[in-house]
Design a protein around this ligand. Sequence first.
Ligand SMILES: [Zn+2]
Ligand SMILES: [Zn+2]
Ligand SMILES: [Zn+2]
Length: 362
Amino acid sequence: MTADVVFLLFYLLFAFCVIFPPTECISFGFTIPQLFSSILGSEHENFIEYHMKRTAFTLLIYSVLPLGFIFGTTFFGDENGIQKLWFVDDSIWISVLLSLAIILPILAFFEIVRYKLSWENHAIVKTLKKFTTGNRDWRMIAQNINFEFRSIDKLCVQTNAIIKIVATENWIIKVTPLSMCISHQSDSQLCVRQSDTHAFSHLSNDGTQFITIEVQSPRVPSYNIRLNTLDFRDLQDRLAGIVHIPENIKIFKSVIEKFVDAFRHAVEQNPKYKTSQDLDHCFGCNIVTSNVKLQKLCEDSGEEHCSNCNCRPIWCVDCLARWFAHQQDIEQTSQWLSGKCPCPMCKKRFCLLDVCMVEQIE
Ligand SMILES: [Zn+2]
Ligand SMILES: [Zn+2]
Ligand SMILES: [Zn+2]
């Protein structure tokens, strides 16, 4: 192999790691946001400003890559090979390539200087300005996003090495290397456009489904986000509105969701618990009225006996099913229904036969 080929392969690998950093680079801190972290500041504290700086630096680093290649070949390349192209060849293509390699970083540098003088020129600010109303200027919109990003209820999903989806109380944001797509939940419509299943994945043994969602908003151009089914469910929980799923697209149920259905079906066959007391919202989801009561009905004879729980009904059947599933051996899903579990409040042991649906009487 000539010195040119070795250097070309090395540089392609280097450029790939810069643009699409693999997990090894991320864990070694070799990514643009990690290398420039002292300049970028804290994403948690100042989300919008952090990403305005990060996209600007990313643009500068990308723009230097062609020039870096030309410089590199002058040190490590073959004297009679590629170096001749730069220094001897006077064809128009080489002149264009050399000019571009020099002009791109200069343009990117001037872009940063322009931002330094005023952030008003930044693409993210132009997007934020689409959400300004009356006396709320883009800085107030940015402050609102920063504030919501600091909240613990935000959802942050790294969908691949370079794309991150953020959902806060009111905003949906897609963070990419050079830009950010921002939309307000109140006027956005989310629609599943496509789903694809991958037989082998690091996420699950029985295949992972990926879903492409189109986010449409009257104020910004529509954009797509792609998530696996598990993250999709978290996103659905975080959104105020619903995600429209066309009938021809089937979203796979997770193991837990299949278990919740089976648990609910089994519990419905058990004797009912009749009560006239007023019931509060479920302690788990705070959405549904509590509808299950634990009382020892089974005749168990195993080592782990069930005991009678005196807690009042404070859970809904779905939340109790999820709690039950989380107490089981994750590998032995077929035995979950026959398992036992401590009451979430008093820790007394119960089995599926001891869960009764509540029937309210006058
Ligand atoms: Zn619940
Ligand atoms: Zn209890
Ligand atoms: Zn029992």
